[in-house]
Design a protein around this ligand. Structure first.
Ligand code: MEV
Length: 395
């Protein structure tokens, strides 16, 4: 629980931004510098931006909102979301409120093992090269461990080395696949460095030539899973019975599972929630997007990342599974002051804790979209929110 307080704050959306900020300042005992981040007076500075990218000429701002009502693994949470699209924060908050009726979201995260690839070509025989490579697995893992002694002290480091032959348009290739536990980092730096360190020895062992040495964004050893169960009765609203809403959501889930055209939009709705938290915490949302969509196509046909079923006991059960290569240390997360504030609001230090929140928000966002689509339609809710946004701008 964040400061022992509930994440359900009645009428939070009806307050002015200044009133909402007061609540947050109080709730998280924000320092003067942290308050300035919310107040237009602080945030990323030009000097910091200059260290981040090349040819920097200025800064680009986006709204930071807080989704309310979340209970994730028993913790009450307000969730920072950075997004330009209306109704995403409201949708997440609404779905989180519905989920409270079933105790909230439960999430579990795999060990933070990332994959690196080393591409070997022009071996005398790739199958023999593969055997020679794997015969030296222990030596290669020890070599990979040398690149980051601190990571190793923290319990991370090389976990496995696998190898496979690819028949490609440019001929056969041997691909070595390094499995590397990156602990609380996103992992690109550690894995890329380790792959580059292994390359000369792999070339020697295989008699081939090494070209690419790079992390894979299909981080399918680092999956995050969330589930939620909501009593159907809690889903009723307006003229819609809970059973009707639950059936509509189940049908929407089945549609997305069977049809790539629908699955793309269904998953886009999930990523509305995922990306907004990923961005708020300074993480690499392109990596998360690439991983999610590659995972959705893992069986040859692009499909839904989530499932929705009525479980026969009057409950609607939803699940979401996707790779989440997230860090709480390094990169923009360390440099960007507002990303640090987002982590403070979430009260997380470990990457796995952050991933549990992100996958739960993705599932909530999906629920909000399907609930609207299967009942009153998305435009009606959007129009309401647009009207409110216009009203606030003119207030
Ligand atoms: C819009 O940003 C997202 C939705 O299209 C998602 C969906 O269709 O499931 C509403």
């Amino acid at each position: 629980m964040q400061n022992g307080l509930e994440s359900h704050i009645p009428n939070f959306y009806q307050l002015t931004p200044a009133e909402r900020r007061e609540i947050i300042i109080d709730r998280y005992a924000l320092t003067v510098a942290e308050q300035a981040l919310l107040n237009n007076a602080g945030g990323l500075q030009l000097e910091q931006a200059e260290q981040m990218i090349e040819n920097m000429v200025g800064l680009y701002r986006l709204p930071l909102g807080l989704a309310t009502n979340f209970i994730i693994n028993g913790r009450e949470l307000l969730v920072p979301m950075v997004i330009e699209e209306p109704s995403v924060v409201a949708g997440a908050s609404l779905a989180a409120k519905l989920a409270r009726a079933g105790g909230g979201f439960i999430a579990a995260i795999d060990a933070p093992v990332m994959l690196g690839q080393i591409q070997v070509v022009d071996t005398p025989d790739p199958w023999t090269a593969r055997v020679d490579l794997l015969a030296h697995r222990a030596e290669l893992l020890a070599l990979a461990d040398e690149v980051d002694p601190i990571l190793q002290q923290l319990g991370g480091g090389a976990r496995d080395l696998q190898a496979y032959i690819l028949e490609t348009a440019a001929g056969p290739m041997l691909i070595a696949q390094l499995h590397y536990d990156v602990r609380d980092a996103m992992g690109a730096n550690a894995v890329n460095t380790a792959c580059e360190r292994l390359a000369p020895r792999i070339a020697e062992l295989t008699g081939g030539q090494v070209y690419l040495r790079i992390l894979s964004n299909l981080a399918d050893r680092r999956l995050a899973r969330a589930r939620v169960r909501i009593p159907e009765s809690a889903l009723a609203f307006g003229d819609f019975s809970g059973a009707d809403v639950a059936r509509g959501i189940e049908l929407a889930g089945a549609f997305a599972a069977a049809d790539p055209y629908r699955a793309a939009t269904h998953n886009k709705g999930i990523m509305n929630g995922v990306d907004a938290v990923v961005l708020a915490t300074g993480n690499d949302w392109r990596a998360i997007e690439a991983g999610a969509h590659a995972y959705a196509a893992r069986e040859g046909q692009y499909t839904s990342l989530s499932t929705w079923r009525r479980d026969g006991t009057g409950q609607l059960a939803g699940t979401l599974e996707l790779p989440l290569a997230l860090g709480t240390i390094g990169g923009a997360t360390r440099v960007h002051p507002t990303a640090q504030l987002a982590l403070k609001i979430l009260g997380v230090q470990r990457a796995a804790e952050l991933a549990a929140i992100v996958v739960s928000v993705g599932l909530a966002q999906n629920l909000a979209a399907l609930r609207a689509l299967a009942t009153e339609g998305i435009q009606r809710g959007h129009m309401r929110l647009h009207a409110r946004a216009r009203q606030q701008v003119s207030d």
